[in-house]
Structures are given as structure tokens and as C-alpha cells.
Design a protein around this ligand. Structure first.
Ligand SMILES: [Zn+2]
Length: 162
């Protein structure tokens, strides 16, 4: 738990899943003191629950949930939270949603993974999420080069790779 300078507990406000150039994944935790309004943000390694005061959804996981049809979202929310609690975890990540929805984390074809590594770092995390979303929406368990080409053309306005 995190304590504000004014002496009150800091309330966890949100979590962002971030990926850095070296491939390390981090959580950026936003906390707020409801007493004096002081806000703080910090980067922690993924899985570090020390500063998170309750079960939280990351922004990416929430975004995933918001894209689901209204009849499906509450069911998925309950399933995912049950799954996360059963694992003794406190954070619902983008992958936790996929895990419940498709039964497993989306896999990457070796060639697709290799191509992703050539995508400039600032775009890479977004490209990865967009590809996994598209695959999950179609019930695909694997990212292929063909899907990559399609998504690239649609979201990033690039033509076929030569
Ligand atoms: Zn305070």
C-alpha cells in the first residue's frame, strides 16, 4: 500500500500496460489521495502488486472489455475476475481477458513474431495489441503473417511488405 504525504492511504486509480524498447513489460500505476487530491504515477515490473489496493483492470483490459457486445461484457468480466482471483492475482491484464475468452493466450507464428521485431518500437506495442484483438475477435488462436499484412494495411496505411 502507498501512503500520501498527508497521511491517508493512496487509492489505486488505474494501471497501464507498457512495453519498452528492450522488450521489458511494465505496469504504470496511477494512484490518487482522495483526501488532498495528490496524484502519483510509477512504473513497476509486471506482477508487482505491492502498490495496488484492490482488484484492478488495466486500461488495455478495459478497452478490450468495452469492445465486446453489451450482452457479453458482464459475463466476460465475471469470468475473468474469477480466473484472476483463483490465480491469487490482483490485476486483470489484456492477456487475462484473452486467456478466458479463447482458453489460451494468442500464439504467434515464428515468422510473424520475427516481422513484429522489425516494426519500429513506438508502433510495436500498439501493433501487437491490434493484431491480438483482431485474432480474438475472429476466434483465431494464432497470429499469422497473412493476418499481419491485413491489419498493417488497415490500421497503419502501409502496403504489402516487399
Ligand atoms: Zn493526501
Amino acid at each position: 500500500m502507498l501512503t500520501c504525504g498527508c497521511g491517508r492511504w493512496m487509492h489505486t486509480d488505474g494501471i497501464e500496460e507498457r512495453a519498452y524498447d528492450d522488450g521489458a513489460a511494465q505496469w504504470f500505476i496511477r494512484s490518487e489521495c482522495r483526501g488532498c487530491g495528490f496524484k502519483v504515477g510509477m512504473d513497476v515490473p509486471v506482477g508487482q502488486h505491492m502498490f495496488i489496493d484492490r482488484l484492478m483492470w488495466t486500461d488495455e483490459a478495459l478497452h478490450r472489455l468495452e469492445r465486446m457486445p453489451p450482452y457479453l461484457a458482464p459475463v466476460v468480466r465475471a469470468d475473468v475476475e474469477r480466473d484472476v482471483r483463483a490465480r491469487g492475482e490482483r490485476v486483470v491484464t489484456y492477456d487475462s481477458v484473452l486467456r478466458v475468452r479463447t482458453g489460451e493466450v494468442i500464439e504467434w507464428e515464428a515468422e510473424a513474431e520475427r516481422r513484429l521485431e522489425n516494426v519500429p518500437a513506438p508502433v510495436r506495442a500498439m501493433a501487437r495489441i491490434e493484431l491480438e484483438r483482431t485474432a480474438a475477435d475472429r476466434g483465431m488462436a494464432r497470429i499469422t503473417v497473412a493476418l499481419m499484412e491485413e491489419v498493417k494495411a488497415k490500421y497503419f496505411g502501409m502496403g504489402k511488405a516487399s
